[in-house]
Structure formats: C-alpha cells, structure tokens
Design a protein around this ligand. Sequence first.
Ligand code: ATP
Ligand code: MG
Length: 256
Amino acid sequence: MSMSMMEIEKTLKQLRLSGVRATLETRLIESQASSLSFLETFSALLQDELDRRQSRLLERRYQLSGLEERASLAEFDWGYNPKIPKRTCFELHTLKFIAEGDSALLIGQPGTGKSHIAKAIAYSALRSGLRVLYGEADELLANLAQGASADKRKLLKPVIDADLLVLDDLFLARHLPAEAADALQSILHKRYKLRRSSLITSNRIIEDWHKFLGDAALTTAILDRLLHRSVLLEFRGKSYRLKEAASRLAKATHPE
Ligand SMILES: Nc1ncnc2c1ncn2[C@@H]1O[C@H](COP(=O)(O)OP(=O)(O)OP(=O)(O)O)[C@@H](O)[C@H]1O
Ligand SMILES: [Mg+2]
C-alpha cells in the first residue's frame, strides 16, 4: 500500500527531512514534466535535503559567531586608500594563516577599513566551516573580566575554542581596566599555546599599548606571544567615514 501525499508529508516531518518536504511537490511535477527516472528524482531530493542542512548550519554558526554583518572584500574600494596592504589582505582572506595557527594585527588610522577587512576574513572563515568568534574587544574583555567565575568559564570556552578569534577595535576606550587586561593576556596566552589564530584590529600603534594596558610587563608578555607568529598590517590613509559623511551632506543640501 503506498502512502497518500499527506501521509508522506507527515512521515517526512517525523524523520525531520524538511529539505525533502519543502521541494517534494516541485520535484514531483518536474519528474513528470521531464520524464525523469526514479533515481534522478531521488538524488535531486537528497541534494535538496543536503543543501537545506548546509545553509541552516551556516546560519546557526553565523548567529553564534557574534558577527553582525556579512562583510566581503568585493565591495571594498582599494583605490580610496592605495597604501593599504591589499596583497596581504587577500592573502589573509585565503585563510591559510588559520591552518598555520598564525595571527594578524591590523593597526592604523581610524576609518581606513581595518574592521571591514577583519569582518570579511571572519565571514569567509565561517563559510569555509571554521569556528569563528567575533567581538568588539573592549566589550568582550569587560564581559570576561566581570561576573562570577562559573559564568566567566562558560564565556571563556568559545573564546578559546574558536579556530579564529577576532578582537575588533582594541583600546577604542582609552584605558583597559586591569581585569580586562589580565583577561586579554590569559586568552592570548592560551590560544598561542594551542596554536590558534587571533585577528586584532586597533587604531592605537603598538608602541602605545603599554599606556592602555597600564603595565609594562603585561604588555611585553602580550606582544611577545602575539608578534611571534603573526602578520602586522599597517593601515595608512584617510577615513572612509568622512567620505560617507560628505556624500550624505551633499545629498541633504542638493536633493535630486
Ligand atoms: N576602502 C574602503 N572601501 C569601502 N568601504 C570602506 C573602505 N574603508 C572603510 N570603509 C567603510 O567605512 C566604514 C569605516 O571602516 P572601518 O570600520 O572598517 O574602519 P576602521 O579602520 O576599523 O576604523 P576604526 O579605527 O575607527 O575602528 C565602514 O562602514 C567600512 O565598511
Ligand atoms: Mg574598527
């Protein structure tokens, strides 16, 4: 006895085959319209299930990663600040540095695209199936520094486990509280030992880090590990935010 369409739908639901359930009707019509064999239709349905699972997995990983935008290098205007190390940015975007366990520091003037490029690399890593954790550095470190130790451990686990950790806009707030500076040191030390990649962006030059960390020995400990296996990218140029602001102003004063 073959099942009715409603029974098939119910069974697919029970079996959690939502990809097949979503496309069954289309595939059925297609198979009749194009006189497809059973195997052709069956494999198309299996592929639909795989595709749906893949995109759901990616979506779940994206939600957990802390990324709030899907940045890419495609929309980046390389002509705006020609001194930006374009080749190294693309090299990082290939993700080879993650396989090597290397880190990257993107340092330079505000609005020159450091965060944009870091987010594009992070999104590319996420799409390739790696575990990514993105956070605005000051906020992430403050969260890790406060709270009960059980909560801290829970928060710390994904920070250590991630294949790629992005700490964006480090030292945006001029001064890092002592507990947050300790958290930074501990995270980078653990990740260094595990050979896991970290990507840090900051508009504070490395020579000034001791001022924001408030401790020379701690600064040396952090930089020693960070610079041992890493690429340093310098971002020199004018702020793209000013360009965006100028074009908004022009539109407001001369509306079409
Ligand atoms: N060359 C560029 N082409 C296109 N968009 C750009 C470019 N540079 C920066 N932007 C855009 O300008 C805005 C500011 O860039 P971003 O936040 O990456 O700068 P930043 O170097 O991280 O600055 P800060 O040091 O202040 O954190 C973002 O919206 C970014 O997408
Ligand atoms: Mg930034």
